[in-house]
Design a protein around this ligand. Structure first.
Ligand code: MG
Length: 251
């Protein structure tokens, strides 16, 4: 059952999503060679506290970080730790906040002095795939139109589409119905209605789509150890054009 948010609920989601966007962008700006992923997590922790929110990730099924930081061949769910950021790395920062009873969820992938043109292309195409998904989140489309849009962009670019992890409905809980895969035929599933809110999040790999979970039980890696990128926005379905709730408005 996909929940339809009321105008008042959407207003509250705008606030939580703007908070998520602020933390995402400030942490992204703090990424530089020499910083550890643990330091990024501590920075996020302090920002969240200052803003009056709560990390939706910390303690989620026992996750130990405030944010997920996934480096290079790590796809998602990387645990912050002692790893030192190096020139040439790419870091996906994924962050969910709870504020005033609603969750905002967003991710970006940051390049640290990357010169490898294939990696630069991976990042650009993954961002493009997210935009293609958002373009389908409008009244009158069906759910799988979103999934298909991501796959189409990725396949045209020769990238692997991660199938083991998916986008999702979001609202009072981080993961609500429906699941939103990043692949599939168009024109299937429920019709989209105004006030549905989704976290759309393509995860694309430079190599194959195959992934595995590390021994820490969280970190997802590409099987071929080639790099992976991840972008995510929380959006509200609307007439004509989706509202990107986690698009930064303040800075
Ligand atoms: Mg998500």
């Amino acid at each position: 059952m996909i929940k339809i948010k009321s105008t008042a609920e959407l207003e509250r989601m705008r606030a939580s999503c703007q908070m998520a966007a602020t933390v995402r962008d400030r942490v992204a700006k703090a990424i530089k060679p020499g910083v550890t992923t643990q330091e990024l997590d501590e920075y996020a922790r302090d920002l969240i506290a200052d803003l009056g929110g709560r990390s939706a990730f910390l303690g989620y099924r026992g996750f130990p970080g405030h944010i997920c930081v996934s480096v290079n061949d790590e796809v998602v769910h990387g645990i912050p730790g002692k790893r030192v950021v190096q020139l040439g790395d790419i870091l996906s920062v994924d962050f969910g906040v709870v504020y005033d009873g609603f969750v905002g969820d967003t991710a970006t992938t940051v390049m640290v002095g990357v010169t490898d043109s294939e990696v630069i292309r991976l990042i650009a195409v993954t961002e493009e795939a997210l935009q293609a998904a958002i373009d389908q989140a409008v009244v009158g489309k069906r759910l799988s139109d979103i999934s298909h849009a991501v796959e189409k962009v990725a396949v045209a670019a020769g990238l692997g589409v991660v199938r083991d992890f998916v986008g999702h409905g979001i609202g009072r809980k981080m993961h609500e119905d429906p699941q939103i895969p990043n692949f599939g035929a168009p024109g299937r599933g429920p019709k989209l209605r105004a006030g549905m809110t989704f976290a759309l999040e393509p995860m694309l790999n430079l190599g194959s789509a195959e992934v595995e979970v590390m021994a820490d039980g969280w970190t997802v890696l590409t099987k071929d150890r080639k790099p992976s990128a991840h972008f995510e926005h929380t959006v509200a379905v609307a007439e004509g054009q989706a509202e990107i709730l986690t698009l930064a408005k303040n800075e």
